[in-house]
Design a protein around this ligand. Sequence first.
Ligand code: SF4
Length: 336
Amino acid sequence: MKIKKSYQIKSGTALALFSGGLDSILAVRIIQKLGITIIPVCFSSPFFDCKKAKISSEILDLELQTYELGEEYLNIIKNPKYGYGKHLNPCIDCHAFMYRKLGEMMSAFKSDFLISGEVLGQRPKSQSITGLNTVAKHCGYKNIIVRPLCQKLLQDTKPIREGWINKDELYDIQGKSRKRQIELAKEFKITNYPSPAGGCLLTDEGYCKKLNDLIIYDMFSLKYIKFLNVGRHFRVSENTKFILGRKKIDNDKLQELITDDLFTIRAVNFPGPLGVINYNSKVNIEEVELCAKILLRYITKIKDRTKVRISIGNKQNRIIEEKKIEAGLEKNYLIN
Ligand code: SF4
């Protein structure tokens, strides 16, 4: 019997850009069905994690590789070549960056090509035909990317041209509707998959206000980004940023993050909020006292002038000032 060339290739390995969402699960299953070994790779950063990917890779019985993106990725957010989406999400640059990292891992994992669960037209900019082509071109691995869910609508790449995989077994899904993916999940007997909601903080309006403040005031580094998920954030002046933990959970988290190059403020004799101020030579004591006023304003029981303690770092014995301060402010310094 003459075997079709495409079915003769029943081996090979692909690295999958794996978020753990349904689309990436389906992309993996489609290619696995063709006899290709899949290694799922998830990238994490302060803005997105690999929780979903870990759960989904266990469901698929695959060993997930995780990779933490660092300062290099921050440059992408600050200066995206292809601009932002609705908020500070530089999706085209971000995907291209992840594909590039994936491509760089290929020799270590002895893999032949790259896959992802992108769907043509699912997102207006990054998954338009231009967006997908730009990602492929910009990442440097254009010729070996396969997008199993929509590859039939795209130009053939080497794995198809060379017959490593059969194009007929790939799909032509496009648009925002999840209908076909849900049908496909049923076909693959995938019943347990995470909801599409949530994910990337770079698409969250409130979070991006705080992130943008760091960009504007030249504080855009991992050190300060780590604080963005905790408490309320205030911009007091060009030099002074104040963070206030209101709940115990915030205060505990702040305690973990505080380093010796930050000021802390507490109300003496009042349990409650912990304040953190970025510390540099330009921060003056008036601004620090302004932060103390903000802190007092958030303690409902306080009516009169109240003693606050301003210390260096997390050690309350390194006090730089203890002073009675009046709560209340005319201006709203809240960023978010
Ligand atoms: S949503 Fe976030 S993680 Fe996803 S491509 Fe856009 S910037 Fe990257």
